[in-house]
Design a protein around this ligand. Structure first.
Ligand SMILES: CC(C)(COP(=O)(O)OP(=O)(O)OC[C@H]1O[C@@H](n2cnc3c(N)ncnc32)[C@H](O)[C@@H]1OP(=O)(O)O)[C@@H](O)C(=O)NCCC(=O)NCCS
Length: 183
């Protein structure tokens, strides 16, 4: 997995040193309000994070810990993951509360979309949000993903699904690049 960066955020591949900080993040009821079955116990989080560590060893993508580029402190996590063989790679992100509302998730989602299509050459991406998670849906739209409507999500409920193919991403980029010539 590569280390990545945006204007304000460093994306560093997950290590076991990050686990204690992430246990606290995953136990925060506000952060977990729209994710899975809500706050997780340390045991649940450890199991999930061990799976994500293994994912990043098998594949060139997985879970990145987000750090503030200026101060170095952890801000949250973001993921490109294949939950099951044969399913599209899924984009996800989660920030600690002090990091909300500063445009950081948008920066990270945009960077991971570019990484997925330009560097990893994935054919498509998908993402799921709770139907009430308007902030997350806004982030995904701003990352160029298309609202594909409601469908069964990864945790058994009905979620909003977002998708983007590499072909559509290339089209988006070429139309953005052509704009200056159209003036
Ligand atoms: C959802 C989350 C990632 C958004 O991150 P963020 O860095 O605060 O988002 P941004 O600052 O990039 O804002 C993106 C958009 O969401 C909007 N937004 C941010 N917080 C919002 C809120 N609480 N309610 C409604 N809209 C909100 C912003 O106004 C912005 O939209 P705009 O540019 O059209 O105005 C963050 O709140 C979070 O980590 N929440 C907990 C975990 C979670 O739900 N993760 C997503 C799981 S699918």
């Amino acid at each position: 997995m590569d280390r990545l960066q945006t204007e304000s955020v460093l994306l560093e591949p997950l290590t076991r040193d990050d686990f204690p900080w992430l246990f606290v993040l995953y136990a925060d009821a506000e952060v977990m309000r729209y994710i899975g079955h809500g706050p997780r116990t340390e045991e649940e989080s450890r199991k999930n994070l061990e799976w994500l560590l293994g994912h990043g060893e098998r594949l060139p993508f997985g879970y990145w810990v987000l750090r503030d580029r200026a101060g170095g402190e952890r801000l949250g996590g973001a993921v490109l993951m294949r939950r099951r063989e044969g399913t599209p790679v899924e984009l996800g992100f989660m920030l600690a509360r002090p990091a909300w509302g500063r445009g950081l998730a948008t920066q990270v989602a945009q960077a991971l979309v570019v990484h997925a299509f330009a560097d990893l050459v994935l054919p498509e991406l998908q993402a799921f949000t709770d139907v009430e998670n308007t902030a997350s849906a806004a982030v995904l739209r701003k990352a160029g993903m298309r609202d594909a409507g409601l469908c069964p999500g990864p945790y058994g409920g009905i979620d909003r699904r977002f998708e983007l193919t590499r072909d559509d991403w290339l089209l988006q980029r070429s139309s953005i690049a052509r704009l200056p010539n159209m003036r």
